[in-house]
Design a protein around this ligand. Structure first.
Ligand SMILES: [Fe+2]
Length: 262
């Protein structure tokens, strides 16, 4: 498996607090069957102002330590950008770090409670540069969860979706789990990643989520989200997208049958 979203680099954000913790996280990932993981520290103006060069250097240093300690996980560079009007300009000026230091996939996070009104414009400007935004864990965002039509529109226009493994395994509660499964079953999800912050709590494992996703969309489709699609990100290729179901319809049918059964 390949994990496209982790906070494994020590000291850059609210993830790994030390080099020892980063090594422990990598060992845990390897034991779970993860071959490679992207180090994606937060980049948030005024909070975590990590620049690309710093991330590249620290990822390289961590890889050397893992190699010296016999931990067989490949560390790939990336970052998780907080949505802002300045994102297209950051990319155009070469300041932003796309996944694997390529020029194709940018991991973008949102405020927990909303999606800013300028989101569509920002995504449009990114796509003009050939950059595909990957929306980090929309199942944990109350606006996307409450108004799935907005997420559907963004994905229809070319954005990709990363679900967090803990959302599928119930770490964030029943409501988040149901939303994640709904996005998955409607064909709106393209990656499952850990968003790991430590070796306890939000850990760098994907096996449980792969099993949960397999029960919703089947094993072959679920594996695409933890292996084939991440592999294509590494190679800078287009990822595999399937048929998308429109929002709303299935839920209203369920409600109808529930009403009839009463
Ligand atoms: Fe994250």
């Amino acid at each position: 498996m390949i994990d496209i979203h982790t906070h494994i680099l020590p000291g850059l954000d609210d993830g790994a607090e030390s080099l020892g913790e980063a090594v422990a996280m990598a060992r845990m990932a390897a034991a779970d069957g993860v071959e490679a993981l992207f180090a994606t520290p937060h980049v948030i103006s005024g909070a975590y102002e990590n620049d690309a060069e710093q991330i590249l250097n620290i990822a390289r240093d961590l890889q050397a330590v893992l190699d010296d300690n016999g931990v067989t996980v490949r560390v790939l560079p990336g970052a998780e950008y907080y949505i802002g009007r300045d994102l297209p300009e950051m990319c155009a000026s070469g300041k932003a770090l796309c996944l694997n230091n390529g020029k194709k996939y940018l991991l973008v996070e949102f405020p927990a409670m909303q999606a800013p009104t300028y989101t569509e414009q920002v995504f449009y400007e990114l796509r003009l540069q050939g950059i595909t935004p990957v929306i980090a864990h929309p199942e944990r965002n109350s606006e996307f969860a409450g108004s799935p039509a907005l997420l559907y529109k963004l994905v229809s226009n070319g954005a990709l979706v990363q679900l967090t493994s803990g959302s599928l395994t119930g770490l964030f509660g029943r409501s988040v789990s149901q939303t994640a499964r709904e996005f998955l079953s409607r064909g709106w999800a393209h990656f499952i990643a850990s968003d790991a912050h430590s070796s306890r709590g939000r850990t760098p494992v994907l096996g449980g989520a792969l099993k949960a996703a397999s029960s919703v969309i089947g094993e072959a489709a679920a594996k695409r989200l933890v292996y084939e699609n991440p592999l294509r990100v590494i190679g800078g290729e287009d990822i595999l997208t399937g048929t998308m179901e429109e929002p709303g319809f299935r839920r209203s049918i369920k409600k109808f049958f529930f009403f009839m059964a009463k």
